[in-house]
Write a protein that binds this ligand. Structure first.
Ligand SMILES: Nc1ncnc2c1ncn2[C@@H]1O[C@H](COP(=O)(O)OP(=O)(O)OP(=O)(O)O)[C@@H](O)[C@H]1O
Ligand SMILES: [Mg+2]
Length: 232
């Protein structure tokens, strides 16, 4: 479903590589954690998979189609990124506009888009926030609205960047059980190792942009000496 083959990249006008020769394959329905110290390249990897950060070398395949200039639009429809900071995702006057924006942009009719919007807001239990301004929501509420804006697009692959950071214990539990009910293929960048244990059967560990481990989180995390070498 998501395959990287010898992917390396740097940000525009930068010389330092943020991803170094990264290769892996994630099958349909897998829940995979992306672990690594601050600056290891987790967010960059998610941006590369969604086609936001262009890659310098290697290939990315989404559902067997290689991500390229020509395929970007079609391939991007298959992935949905929930940003670390919901303020990067919610920018319209009302949640209503934010959740509808992507669908209307795709040319969907107002009626169909609204029906999908209500279904999604319902699922997340946030219909009551529909007319609110994103700037006046709590951190946890914003998170749910950003997730709604992503889910409404019905991507096959969900990419989460630090989904539990700044959440209180209750919101964290709600997020976890919600994510457990989503049958999508999921890649979750996080520092929250308990969350990984509860959700993911596999972890990829990045260190200075390189993939240094790929395996069972319980086994990887138990080796504290090696984890410390990776800055974890
Ligand atoms: N827009 C940018 N332009 C240039 N360099 C960047 C940019 N964004 C990130 N970087 C650099 O790329 C490297 C990887 O950053 P990235 O954000 O992918 O790390 P991360 O693993 O997500 O870290 P964190 O745990 O702090 O979120 C870092 O050295 C960072 O300074
Ligand atoms: Mg990050």
């Amino acid at each position: 479903m998501v395959q990287l083959v010898h992917v390396s990249t740097a940000y525009p006008r930068q010389t330092d590589l943020v991803l170094r020769d990264v290769s892996f394959h994630i099958a349909k329905g897998e829940n995979v954690a992306l672990i690594g110290a601050n600056g290891a390249g987790k967010t960059s990897l998610l941006l590369a998979v969604t086609g936001i950060l262009p890659i310098c070398r290697g290939s990315i395949f989404i559902d067997r189609v290689e991500l390229s200039k020509h395929t970007a639009r079609a391939v991007q429809r298959k992935t949905g990124l929930v940003f670390q900071n919901p303020d990067d995702q919610l920018f319209m006057p009302r949640i209503y506009d934010d959740v509808l924006f992507g669908l209307r942009n795709r040319g969907m009719s107002q009626e169909e888009a609204e029906s999908r919007m209500w279904k999604t807001l319902n699922r997340l239990g946030i219909e009551h926030l529909v007319d609110r301004s994103p700037s006046r929501l709590s951190g946890g509420e914003k998170r749910l609205c950003a997730l709604a804006a992503t889910l409404v697009m019905e991507p096959d692959i969900l990419l989460f960047d630090e989904p539990t950071v700044f959440l209180d214990p209750r919101a964290r539990r709600t997020t976890l059980s919600l994510m457990q009910t989503l049958s999508h293929t999921k890649v979750v960048a996080t520092h929250d190792l308990d969350f990984v244990h509860a959700l993911c059967s596999r972890a990829l560990i990045l260190c200075h942009g390189a993939l240094v481990a790929d395996g069972d989180p319980a086994v990887l995390f138990a080796d504290s000496a090696t984890m410390a070498e990776w800055g974890l």
